[in-house]
Design a protein around this ligand. Structure first.
Ligand code: Z5A
Length: 211
């Protein structure tokens, strides 16, 4: 039985997830919730090893889109069983930096894998373990890439993709939000940090009232 709530944060490159996650954690803790912050790919020791393989594989061999997708799901199964479900059962809340919607956006929109293929895996591996709330930090791909560049850190394998890839990822996220507007709330992440925090504050306040 899920006693805690499950919140995910999504967005394209440079949308400001890391910044937003801190704000979300502080807000929820101030409202008396015990929070476990986690992420995908990753979230358990083994799934973090899968993450490393996905983002920093040393080989120059072409990684097939389906291989990438299946590894995302392999890590996710581990994450659900070892972290998400046990945490929710204790009554703590999970806040995850990315989850299932990222597979539809990156491997679906970005890499072109069919919705049907991803949906089948989704039903098998995720089933009803869906977030109660998803905050989608939406930003035009060019602005997000500019922000990410400013951080000056070395790009991982997926971050090295071209602009058109991130344009497709963004569109796939927006399509998901249109299909599930009750769960996925769009935050205009192109705005100032203060404005983004105001939007997040509003969504979380509403969620706490209605949950
Ligand atoms: N992935 C996938 O393909 N399929 C899947 O199923 C899953 C994931 C689960 C790793 O994710 C990769 O995994 C990711 C998708 C893929 N690949 N890509 N690209 P990740 O979440 O670990 O990595 P990331 O997307 O690259 O996120 P990030 O690097 O952590 O970026 P961010 O958190 O969105 O950005 P940030 O560091 O918070 O902000 C970027 C900069 O902008 C920074 O300097 C901030 O200070 C600045 N910033 C933030 N907000 C603002 C505002 N409002 N105004 C101005 N400047 C701002």
């Amino acid at each position: 039985m899920r006693k805690g709530k499950f919140i995910t944060v999504e967005g394209t490159e440079g949308a400001g997830k890391s910044t937003a996650l801190k704000f979300i954690q502080d807000f929820l803790e101030q409202n008396g919730k015990q929070i476990v912050l986690t992420r995908e790919p990753g979230g358990t020791p083994f799934a973090e090893e899968v993450r490393n393989l996905l983002l920093h594989a040393k080989t120059t061999e072409k990684i097939e889109p389906e291989t990438e997708l299946l590894l995302m799901f392999a890590g996710r199964v581990q994450h659900i069983a070892q972290c998400i479900l046990p945490t929710l059962q204790t009554g703590k809340w999970i806040v995850s930096d990315r989850y299932i919607d990222a597979s539809y956006a990156y491997q679906g929109g970005g890499r072109g894998i069919s919705h049907h293929y991803i949906h089948k895996l989704d039903r098998l591996a995720v089933g009803h373990i869906y977030p109660d709330l998803t905050l989608l930090l939406d930003i035009p791909a060019d602005l997000g890439m500019q922000r990410a560049e400013k951080r000056g850190v070395q790009k991982d394998r997926i971050e090295q993709e071209r602009m058109d890839f991130f344009v497709r990822v963004r569109q796939a996220y927006l399509d998901r939000a249109k299909q599930d507007p009750n769960r996925i709330k769009i935050i205009d992440a192109s705005k100032s940090l203060a404005d983004v925090e105001t939007q997040i504050h509003q969504v979380l306040t509403e969620f706490l009232v209605n949950k």
